[in-house]
Design a protein around this ligand. Structure first.
Ligand code: CDM
Ligand code: ATP
Length: 296
């Protein structure tokens, strides 16, 4: 049997770093939401091993790939003797702050759970996902949530009001580890107001959501890559109503209420930035496995 699973990207509407933990990770508090820009993972059972293909030349094809590692983890943890052929149809830009690799891993976990009839719950899949990366538990569940801890302590909240999300990614990627490594927690800067963001979401207040976008990692990436700041300025100048860098960057997103305005912002960025997209919010749709898995 073949299975096809959608692997959507995320953006961070807020991202706060509370402190560095003894295990080297940072304690986070953030609001994450799913957007309608997705990879597709096709899974075909084979007799043995893990084979991986991708439509993108920018992802590793071996055990450095998060989808490969998800399959290896499932095979080993549940003593599965069968093999798997994975094809990643890549749409999410790589090393962009959009959790592309994490979402591929989450989709692989969900697909294999169904293909191999493992009977794992969403919570168990999210727990397994945390062994692969901090963003994987959120990607398993999807929707809109406050994420705490490393990113695994998830509280579902109201989704953003319907709007357009314009995304612009400069040519270079960034290393998440390097961004966290360069963060100076003593540096005084504006911090996200989590309660205000949650309230804006609950009251479906688009302008409130735009007003409370905030990410403490932005300053690190903006300092290292001034082009990211220029993209932000340009997005605002062309009419995006709220603008922020997602995750550790370097992708910048702009929230826009009308399609015509989204088109104007996209046109304003073309020529300045090679990868530009306009997509819809998807954070209201819970990432239930059966919504996203299609048996071919
Ligand atoms: C920036 C975010 O994308 C926000 O959603 C995530 O926190 C990053 O999630 P991720 O890419 O899945 O991160 P991981 O693969 O778990 O970690 C990569 C590196 O980022 C740093 N890292 C990540 C998450 C966290 N809570 N604290 C950290 O310090 C660590 O140096 C780690 O070695
Ligand atoms: N399936 C995959 N898709 C994309 N990148 C992958 C994948 N597997 C491993 N990687 C590696 O992971 C690194 C980060 O890529 P990814 O696209 O997941 O970054 P990201 O969007 O910044 O993630 P996050 O927002 O979770 O920090 C890249 O250097 C890439 O080589």
């Amino acid at each position: 049997m073949d299975i096809s699973v959608k692997a959507p990207a995320k953006i961070n509407l807020t991202l706060d770093v509370l402190h560095k933990r003894p295990d080297g990770y940072h304690e986070l508090e953030m609001v994450m939401t799913t957007i309608d820009l997705a990879d597709r993972i096709d899974l075909t059972e084979t007799s043995q091993g893990i084979q991986l293909e991708s439509t993108s030349g920018f992802v590793p094809f071996d055990d450095r790939n998060l989808a490969y590692r998800a399959a290896a983890l499932v095979k080993q943890r549940f003593s599965v003797n069968k093999g798997i052929h994975i094809v990643i149809h890549k749409k999410i830009p790589v090393a962009a702050g959009l959790a592309g690799g994490s979402s591929d891993a989450a989709a692989t976990l969900k697909g294999l759970n169904q293909l191999w009839d493992l009977g794992l719950t969403m919570e168990e899949l999210a727990e397994l996902g945390l062994e692969l990366g901090s963003d994987v538990p959120f990607c398993v569940r999807g929707g809109t949530a406050i994420a705490r801890g490393r990113g695994e302590d998830l509280t579902p909240i109201a989704p953003p009001p319907p709007c357009w999300v314009v995304l612009a990614k400069p040519q270079h990627g960034v290393s998440t580890a390097e961004v966290f490594g360069a963060l100076n927690l003593d540096h005084k800067q504006e911090r996200p107001d989590l309660d205000a963001m949650v309230q804006a979401l609950e009251t479906r207040n688009f302008h409130g959501v735009c007003h409370h976008l905030s990410n403490v990692l932005e300053q690190v990436t903006l300092t290292a890559y001034p082009k990211v700041a220029r993209i932000k300025e340009r997005m605002s100048a062309f009419g995006a109503e709220g603008v922020l860098m997602s995750g550790s960057g370097p992708t910048v997103f702009g929230l826009v209420s009308r399609e015509s305005l989204a088109r104007r912002v996209v046109n304003g960025l073309r020529g300045f930035c090679r990868q530009v997209y306009a997509v819809r919010m998807m954070g209201g749709l819970e990432g239930l496995p059966l919504d996203q898995i299609r048996t071919k």
